[in-house]
Ligand binder design. Structure first.
Ligand SMILES: [Zn+2]
Length: 281
């Protein structure tokens, strides 16, 4: 990948289709991160791996909406890695706090429901017809279906996680009682007797998300608020994109995320953009 002025930025390896023995799913990783040594900027080698539907003899690879969304997500992580500009490798690219690492990836997903973006490539493979606006709206509506409940559910998991991981004394009380109290501020539906989330919540005990579950929702707040800057200035506005690149993507973990974010956005994020995207405001 070259910069606009022709400077070498990074090598990007793409591995798009499934094959025998290949792991399923999609991810970005770094074969070699970026760093600066003795004044020389050593550029990164990044990969994104997908498992897209393969083309056949008679049909091209017709990607589903989810596949393109996943691609944009991983490509956002890849940009974070490829545009890195730090002295130390350990602070470079995606080596940021867990509650900041999904901003560059999730922000990319926002473009996918923008008609202006879809009209650039999402044509019917036989007729060449553009994706109808009503269909795009249906996709948005489906994503927002039941969003109030889903939001509270997600928040309740964050509250529960934080309650367990801020205990300062060994716990010997009643797990269900503790749990219900922790989730009370965001409780929407009555508790089903005999159920307990804590004992099934592997994510926060063995999944690496201890005291970090909130970052799922927080990343949405960040990506919606950040994308609102593009909505305000135009989704292909170069100045906004450049600011995101310089203030967020290039900086890695060299500064506090909030300081970087504010330099890009001009202020701290608010929940407004997310609520608007969700159709509740
Ligand atoms: Zn991600």
């Amino acid at each position: 990948m070259m910069d606009a002025n022709g400077d070498f930025l990074a090598v990007l390896f793409t591995d798009f289709h499934p094959r025998e023995g290949k792991r399923s799913g999609a991810w970005m990783s770094s074969f070699k991160s970026q760093f600066i040594k003795n004044g020389a900027d050593s550029r990164p080698h990044i990969t994104i791996v997908m498992n897209f539907t393969r083309p056949t003899e008679t049909k091209p690879a017709l990607l589903t909406f989810d596949e393109v969304e996943t691609f944009l997500h991983e490509f956002g992580h890849a940009l974070h890695g490829m545009l890195a500009k730090s002295t130390y490798e350990t602070l470079s690219g995606t080596s940021v706090y867990r509650d900041f690492v999904e901003l560059p990836s999730q922000i990319m997903e926002n473009w996918l429901v923008e008609k202006e973006y879809l009209d650039k490539f999402a044509f019917h493979y036989q007729t060449g017809e553009k994706m109808p606006a009503e269909l795009v709206q249906k996709i948005i509506n489906a994503a927002n279906y039941n969003i109030g409940y889903l939001t509270f559910r997600q928040l309740s998991f964050g509250y529960l996680d934080m309650a367990w991981h801020t205990l300062e004394q060994p716990f010997d009380g009643d797990v269900r009682e503790f749990e219900q109290k922790a989730m009370l501020p965001v409780k929407l539906l009555p508790v089903v007797p005999g159920t307990s989330m804590s004992t099934a919540f592997g994510h926060i005990f063995s999944g690496g998300y201890a005291a970090g579950y909130y970052s799922y929702k927080w990343a949405e707040v960040l990506d919606a608020d950040a994308f609102a800057a593009f909505k305000e200035n135009g989704i292909f506005d170069k100045k906004t994109a450049q600011s995101f690149r310089v203030n967020v993507l290039e900086k890695g973990n060299t500064e506090e995320p909030m300081a970087l974010y504010k330099r890009f956005r001009g202020h701290e994020p608010t929940v407004d953009a997310l609520l608007e995207r969700n159709g509740v405001k």
